[in-house]
Design a protein around this ligand. Structure first.
Ligand SMILES: Nc1nc2c(c(=O)[nH]1)N[C@H]1C(S)=C(S)[C@@H](COP(=O)(O)O)O[C@H]1N2
Ligand SMILES: [Mo]
Length: 195
């Protein structure tokens, strides 16, 4: 019934409003973290010598893709794309002779990722979805110019493209032979093993 008159009926309506608002808030508070988790699964997992563990140890069933590559671990820190973005996005523009154009990469420093995982070791292996991996001495990861890119030319990296992450750094940092080569630039990176 429509009425502008103030009376007991309106009081009930007001009470009803606040009750419904309270319920809506409770539902939202319960739903948001769940939705966040569902949309926020790991894209990059740091395993091995890590101190800040945020996920269970390797399980052959749950971790089917790790199992596929014979990867097993007790301690690991998993990062969602959002987690990685929160570590501070850096920008690096790279061009290689075999690339058609300069490419702008954005993502956190590898050092920030490893710090967030509480990682510490002597060797780092960055492994990609296709099984490709590159190994680096620990000191390499401490260089500010080494970025774990999650965005390229203003677009998020995709699985099926070069995502979920692309390890990038200036050619001069490439150790040993093939300094002009981009062999260490692991695209499709999903796993960083610390030994
Ligand atoms: N995931 C993944 N990353 C990779 C490679 C690869 O085969 N798989 N090849 C490396 C090598 S040897 C080079 S030269 C560059 C370019 O590889 P592409 O030709 O496959 O783009 O990526 C590097 N990163
Ligand atoms: Mo290569």
């Amino acid at each position: 019934m429509m009425s502008s008159r103030k009376g007991p009926g309106d009081k009930m309506a007001v009470l009803g409003f606040w009750t419904r608002l309270a319920f809506a808030l409770i539902v939202a508070l319960l739903a948001v973290p769940t939705a966040g988790r569902a949309a926020d699964g790991a894209v990059v997992t740091v395993t091995g010598l890590v101190d800040k563990v945020n996920r269970p140890p390797f399980d052959a069933f749950t971790d089917g893709f790790f199992a596929h590559y014979g990867v097993a671990f007790d301690k690991a820190h998993a990062f969602s794309g959002r987690d990685l973005a929160r570590l501070g996005m850096r920008t690096i523009v790279l061009s290689y002779p075999n690339w058609s154009k300069p490419v702008t990469f954005r993502g956190p420093r590898l050092s920030a990722v490893l710090r967030a995982a509480g990682a510490r070791g002597h060797k780092i292996s960055v492994q990609a979805l296709d099984g490709y991996f590159a190994e680096f001495p620990w000191a390499f990861s401490e260089n500010d110019k080494v970025i774990l890119a999650i965005e390229v030319d203003g677009r998020p990296l995709d699985i099926g493209g070069r995502g979920p992450a692309w390890l990038v750094f200036p050619p001069a940092l490439q150790a040993g032979e093939g300094k002009e080569d981009d062999a260490g630039l692991v695209w499709g990176a999903f796993h960083i093993k610390i030994e």
